[in-house]
Design a protein around this ligand. Structure first.
Ligand code: 4AD
Ligand code: MG
Length: 461
């Protein structure tokens, strides 16, 4: 039998119904007339369940003083219509069991607002707060929505490896995986043939290359897994460990890829809004008053397609002073991306056809020999949320690109072979899951939308 949860009682519990419920105490208020009100939360929804515990409940006198904020209790009782305005129903207890105490002096989550910085230091307790409970539920709903979106379209979910020997993005930002280092065996010069995998291995920065293998065999597919980047950027948009969703589609060229990315983002947002109305209202009321409006703007407007070259011209003519100067051939920084989507176009945009020198080896070269078929989806408040491209399917061009970027083609022999045997045009993209959660919740810092953030100098919990 399902364990009874607060969300169920609040949504369709009927007066007169007997219930048993357990959870964590948010607050307790003792009335002069010999009973206590307890606000109980079990994480199943934003709202607390109001319990009325009368002094006639067995053990009340000894127990109630320990029913403090943070303690865990179990009660049995009966649902009653609530006379209060805040809730439809409440529960009148007939038994009370204190399960775990929480010392009033040392429990860190007292009933006041705590800063997000402080809450990061107590990541083992922060999901008990309204904000982090809501984020956990929105992450869950977004994950389900993502699987739904692809499953409904017949995409296969493929599991790509976490440990890999190739650097997909070619940026050298990989965490190494080795068994060569032991305290009793100081490294002289590491001989990777002696290492666990017999060659230098790392945590993956992307499942794309393996997804391409499956896309060109079983068809439309997607990955949804953890990815790792050892980029030492202490920003509010970067994590060393984050989750990425990477669809890969055979026979798609860039325009279809862009269309899928647009449909995907809009559809996932809609599904989360439907699934988590209370949590989304909370984010709009308490975290960022523009969240719902921003999301509405995204779901109701088509994403504009703008070429990189046009974007550079807009940025150059904006009259703005940039921290990073703009010129054709330079990568766009977050200040540029946010200007374009927030101030200039005021809606999501998809930039495409970037200079080949700033993009990875696998992107398809355009006939101008200067640009590649890259696309980035930019949304207000975040900047880049998706990066993708059409892939280079021509063997010789791909080989040249690898050499151009100082990659050793021998290490990518299997990737090259896909271009020898039945090569087809194909495309895909990667959505940063935590960036999507930033967008959905209005939270400011990416460290607060993943349960246990990994960032430079931080891997606690
Ligand atoms: O643009 P990126 O680097 O693209 C790829 O990895 C491709 N292999 C994807 C593909 O075509 N299959 O990363 C994709 C997205 C970014 O747009 C961003 O949302 C997110 O991943 N991302 C990060 N999120 C959090 N922390 C980081 N350090 C991130 N780096 C990228
Ligand atoms: Mg990118």
């Amino acid at each position: 039998m399902d364990r009874p949860r607060v969300s169920r009682i609040l949504s369709d519990g009927q007066p007169g119904e007997p219930v048993e419920i357990s959870g964590w105490v948010r607050t307790r208020r003792d009335s002069k007339d010999g009973f206590s009100f307890v606000e109980l939360n079990d994480g199943s929804c934003m709202a607390n369940l109001q319990l009325v515990i009368d002094s006639s409940v067995p053990g009340y006198a000894e127990t109630i003083k320990n029913v403090t904020t943070g303690s865990s209790i179990k009660i049995t009782g009966e649902i009653k219509e609530s006379p209060g305005k805040k809730q439809r129903v409440e529960v009148h207890a007939s038994t009370l069991e204190l399960i775990g105490t929480a010392d009033v002096e040392s429990y860190p989550l007292q009933k006041k607002r705590h800063s997000f910085e402080f809450l990061r230091e107590i990541a083992h307790l922060r999901p008990r707060t309204n904000t982090f409970g809501a984020i956990a539920r929105v992450r869950n709903a977004a994950s389900a929505a993502i699987h739904n979106f692809f499953q409904e379209r017949g995409f296969l979910y493929v599991h790509t490896p976490v440990i890999t020997t190739s650097d997909c993005e070619g940026a050298g930002e990989m965490f190494q995986v080795t068994t060569l280092l032991h305290d009793d065996k100081p490294p002289k010069s590491l001989d990777y043939t002696e290492d666990f995998f017999g060659k230098r291995a790392s945590l993956t920065v992307s499942g794309q290359l393996e997804a391409e293998i499956y896309a060109t065999s079983v068809g439309e597919c997607y990955t949804f897994g953890p990815t790792f980047r050892a980029e030492n950027s202490n920003t509010t948009r970067h994590l060393a460990e984050f989750w990425m969703i990477e669809p890969e589609m055979p026979f798609y060229e860039l325009p279809q890829n862009m269309q899928l990315a647009e449909d995907f983002v809009r559809s996932v947002i809609k599904m989360v809004l439907e699934k988590c109305p209370d949590d989304m209202q909370f984010f709009n009321d308490r975290i960022d008053k523009t969240v719902l409006e921003t999301l509405k703007n995204i779901t109701e407007n088509e994403f504009l397609r703008v070429s990189y070259t046009d974007a550079i011209e807009i940025l150059e003519q904006s009259g703005k002073k940039w921290e990073y100067p703009v010129s054709w051939g330079q990568d766009l920084q977050s200040e540029h991306e946010r200007f374009l989507t927030e101030q200039h176009f005021k809606q999501p945009i998809i930039l495409f056809d970037y200079p080949r020198t700033i993009k990875p080896f696998y992107m398809r070269c355009n006939d101008d020999n200067k640009t590649v078929r890259a696309m980035d989806v930019l949304v207000p408040r975040i900047g880049e949320i998706i990066g993708g491209s059409q892939r280079e399917e021509r063997y010789d061009v791909l080989l040249d690109r690898m050499k151009e970027q100082d990659l050793n083609p021998d290490e990518y022999w299997w990737y090259l072979e896909l271009r020898k045997f039945g090569s087809v045009p194909h495309s895909g993209f990667g959505l940063g899951f935590e960036r999507l959660i930033l967008l959905l919740t209005g939270m400011q810092n990416i460290r607060d939308v993943i349960p246990f953030p990994r960032t430079p100098k931080n891997a606690e919990f």
